[in-house]
Design a protein around this ligand. Structure first.
Ligand SMILES: Cc1cc2nc3c(=O)[nH]c(=O)nc-3n(C[C@H](O)[C@H](O)[C@H](O)COP(=O)(O)OP(=O)(O)OC[C@H]3O[C@@H](n4cnc5c(N)ncnc54)[C@H](O)[C@@H]3O)c2cc1C
Length: 499
């Protein structure tokens, strides 16, 4: 009976996997090289300012609630979630904006102002988005390993729904105005994808947001990671931070232990929540390791340049809780980032101003402003130590001149950055790509790295690198899929059935 599980990585995927397997009766240990749990969802505290360093939008809270129920608890015992309305404000390149919300009537009224007549397409677009959601979420395709059987079931439907065309092409079927085409095609960027290449099935996200809302957890996203960690420990799980996996030890074709920076942990089952290529290239021992030729087959997602500003004041009239501020180019910018892989001269930004909902995140009257600029993943010769100071200056100029955050430079008390090099060094993200394998057609479903290793039978994957993909809802679903894979392959004879 294989019972002892070691999970490499305490991201949302690793934590959810730990909770699920612990609830099933396995004995689970999680290790992570970072000093805090949460993976990308760690927190930076400086000068009284608190910054969530990675994810900030909570969607599909139902998936989180399921985890607390597995531990016999409720989410509300650990966390306070606030619904956000609008979900985010989008400033277009011409200065116009939309407060994006799940309320159809308010959306249609705003669309009618931007491009009269096009509001009529909104319901039809959402209907299409709902159909994708139905296939992936309601029919459970995202929550179980995706094999050939699932493909045979899904393919005719996917073709009928146009789920394999690009996200942008889908939006262009409904909207003529380029601003609206952006608004209804950009969602793949949330999961590290190129809207001009990512299959339209990822356009289930608008409906997912509309159905379940966009939320904020008091204390920030890291508070959610901490709550999951507490739940996991309460359930009997063990977590070791500042412990880096160096190698999975394999004997007679099966993993028997994880060698770490702190010693060896014996394992009957190993689950990697670390970056996929990092696992198969550096944690697999010879002769199981992937070679360079296999690696070339994979396309990796974009990266991000992050700027964290502790400001003495807030800008509520310009910045609601979440803001997207677009530069002049859409297709060209995306092409530079994803296909040409050059650091462009212009950018679009995503901003998070948490004190709009939670004043504990900054000193009284101040703001912990988080700014994300999508950038290409690392290429030879790209040196972010050299690029960073100029990049910061350009972002500050954009904030002043395009976003009209007047005098923002003078209000800065804290300034920190996180670059693609940091993603590579601190979290072992291959090429510093923060979202793992790119969500392209040939990295989707049966073509994405599987939930169970094809080379070492008792090694599994969970998180952004495996099926169904990145984004917190995606990685929480991947934990469900990998739970199915583990329990089918290595059932416990007396496994308790979770409620
Ligand atoms: C800047 C940014 C903003 C985002 N915003 C959102 C958002 O608003 N909403 C949303 O839903 N999603 C968002 N995402 C996506 C989402 O955060 C990720 O897809 C998700 O958190 C990934 O979780 P994961 O469990 O796959 O792994 P990760 O969070 O990547 O965690 C993997 C962990 O493995 C550890 N690790 C790696 N190698 C080793 C090793 N050898 N030994 C030990 N530990 C190791 C790493 O230290 C890390 O802690 C964002 C992502 C980024 C980068």
């Amino acid at each position: 009976m294989k019972k002892k599980v070691v999970i490499i990585g305490a991201g949302f995927g690793g934590l959810a996997m730990g909770i699920r397997l612990q609830a099933r009766g396995y004995t689970v240990s999680i290790i992570d090289k970072q000093a805090q749990p949460g993976g990308h969802a760690v927190q930076l505290r400086k000068g009284g300012y608190t910054f969530d360093m990675g994810p900030s939008l909570i969607t599909a809270p139902g998936l989180l609630k399921e985890l607390f129920a597995l531990g016999g608890k409720s989410l509300e015992q650990f966390l306070t979630l606030l619904p956000l309305d609008p979900y985010y404000r989008v400033y277009f390149w011409d200065g116009s904006f939309i407060d994006y919300t799940g309320d159809s009537e308010r959306m249609k009224a705003q669309i009618a102002v931007l491009s009269p007549g096009e509001e009529r397409a909104y319901d039809a677009f959402m209907h299409r988005s709902r159909a994708f959601y139905g296939a992936v979420i309601e029919q459970g395709l995202g929550a179980r390993p995706f094999g050939w059987r699932e493909l045979i079931f899904f393919l005719p439907k996917a073709l009928r729904l146009g789920a394999l065309r690009s996200s942008y092409a889908l939006a262009a079927d409904y909207f003529r105005d380029e601003r609206l085409r952006f608004l209804f095609s950009f969602h793949p960027l949330f999961i590290g994808g190129d809207p001009f290449q990512a299959p339209a099935v990822y356009q289930m996200i608008p409906y997912l947001e509309k159905r379940e809302g966009v939320w904020y957890a008091i204390g920030g996203m890291h508070a959610v990671a901490q709550a999951l960690t507490r739940l996991f420990i309460d359930m009997g799980g063990m977590i070791y931070l500042e412990t880096e996996a160096k190698r999975i030890r394999v004997e007679k074709g099966e993993a028997v232990a994880v060698q770490t920076s702190q010693g060896e942990l014996p394992a009957d089952i190993v689950v990697s929540n670390a970056d996929f290529l990092h696992t198969v290239r550096h944690l697999y021992p010879e002769p199981y390791q992937w070679g360079a030729s296999r690696e070339r087959w994979m396309s990796y997602s974009m990266s991000a340049f992050l700027l964290y500003l502790g400001l003495r004041r807030t800008y509520p009239e310009r910045l609601p809780h979440h803001t997207i501020a677009l530069g002049p180019r859409y297709r060209g910018l995306v092409k530079d980032i994803f296909r040409r892989k050059v650091v462009p001269d212009d950018f679009s930004l995503y901003l998070h101003a948490p004190t709009r909902s939670d004043t504990t995140m900054a000193p009284l009257g101040g703001e912990s402003l988080y700014i994300l600029s999508p950038v290409p993943h690392l290429r030879p010769g790209m040196d972010w130590k050299a690029l960073s100071p100029t990049y910061v200056e350009r972002i500050l100029t954009f904030l002043e001149e395009k976003l009209h955050l007047q005098g923002v430079r003078e209000e800065i008390e804290v300034l920190e950055t996180f670059t693609p090099e940091d993603f590579a060094l601190q979290r072992n993200c291959t090429y510093g790509a923060a979202w793992g394998p790119e969500p392209l057609l040939w990295h989707t479903a049966v073509l994405r790295p599987p939930n169970r290793s094809r080379r070492i039978p008792n090694v599994f994957f969970v998180g952004a690198g495996t099926h169904p993909g990145a984004g917190i809802p995606g990685v929480l679903l991947s934990a469900k899929a990998t739970e199915v894979a583990v329990t089918e392959a290595y059932p416990l004879s007396l496994a308790p059935v979770p409620v």
